[in-house]
Design a protein around this ligand. Structure first.
Ligand SMILES: [Zn+2]
Length: 65
């Protein structure tokens, strides 16, 4: 079962989401910002934690050339 927790990057201190057991998780995940290896005890996928994600904006369809 996938679990997630939140913590800072040990290198650059950016807020990260540690997603365990998801597709793409690895024992040697890298910080999405500083690209340093983050030591984990379970296979983890790292994502920058945007605590206030921008809501998806409706877009007008644009014609492709
Ligand atoms: Zn980092």
């Amino acid at each position: 079962m996938a679990t997630a927790w939140f913590g800072p990057c040990p290198h650059c201190n950016i807020a990260l989401s540690y997603l365990q057991g998801v597709t793409g998780s690895t024992m040697t995940p890298k910080c999405p910002r500083c690209r340093e290896l983050v030591t984990v005890t379970r296979a983890t996928f790292l994502m920058a934690d945007h605590s206030r994600p921008a809501p998806p904006r409706p877009r007008k369809p644009t014609s492709l050339t």
